[in-house]
Design a protein around this ligand. Sequence first.
Ligand code: SF4
Length: 398
Amino acid sequence: MPFGAGGVCSARSITYMPAMSSIRPWRDIARRTSRQIMVGSVPVGGNAPITVQTMTNTLTSDAVATIDQIRRCEEAGADIIRVSCPDEDSTAAFAKIARAARVPLVADIHFHYKRALEAADAGAACLRINPGNIGSSERVAEVVRAAKANGCAIRIGVNAGSLEKDLLEKYGEPCPDALVESALDHIKLLQDHDFHEYKVAVKASDVFLAVAAYAQLADAVDCPLHLGITEAGGLIGGTVKSAIGIGNLLWAGIGDTIRVSLSAEPEEEVRVGYEILKSLGLRTRGVRIVSCPSCARQGFDVIRTVERLEEALGHIKTPMSVSVLGCVVNGPGEARETDIGITGGGNGKHMVYLSGVTDHHVQDDAMIAHIVELVEAKAAEIEAGTSVSMDSLHGKAA
Ligand code: SF4
């Protein structure tokens, strides 16, 4: 169970959207109803789908490399992409990058308010800037003016690693109260300038701290929340940490947009973000693979087959499912609930299930190409509306 599940909703003053009456109530998540804002053409908050973000790691001044990376992230499914703007060369390149991007871009500003003004003019859909960090009220007013004039949202990003000195002195160390107070201080500066198109993050690399801070903030404000466990680590460690932190919050109904921070390529962050959402039935995209860990009973090499299928099916965006089980112990049961199923048999001859029903056999050597063909055909049928995915029948798709 996620933290406070069951009690979390009733204890809060903010409303949590009850799920539609469901025949599988154990899968229901009551989402906190936040105010909706727009990041370019993408809605964030309210009942909009929870968006997946990532951030480029190329030199922004190298527009070609940055656009290439953005393209790869878009292909992986990123809804919003953040691009760092540490200097004037970066904001100069940003205009070209924003024109080429197919998804809205967030310009990440490092303290210097002039970069925010330049990025807003250069086509940023959102500015990631903490108004309390840029100096005078006049500067905040200038940034807000530029954001309003260009239709930009603002993302306030409080981070336990860079908390204001006065808050550290007051609280002694980064703690949920300190992160939330920092966020409220920054929010107030925007509200004082009559600006309300903002979303907020209170990130920490410590899962307990981040989750507690977000839960507290969710009670205190009605704006959309951007979730993340910052500096989470490498691909495996960071994925586990993010799945626990972000997953726990999402399960409790908190969060409108997510970024998984990994020391890995940004496309991997997008894939992990989607896997977290898919696991909770909050969003779906592409092929959901159900597969066994394999053992001595396997009729084919399950691990290598799954690796090759993941690679070969990366281009499928249609939500659907494939089960890959090494033998009849669990194969038929899983195949019954997936669109395409394969269960290992004897002598290199394996059973193929279509829409949960046994259909035909396939030989070892033809198996991968055959499954890819079946998946492509099924995806085309789903897209054409002539077929539905088993996932939607079993309530596993958002
Ligand atoms: S489904 Fe069969 S091959 Fe796979 S782990 Fe279970 S018993 Fe082993």
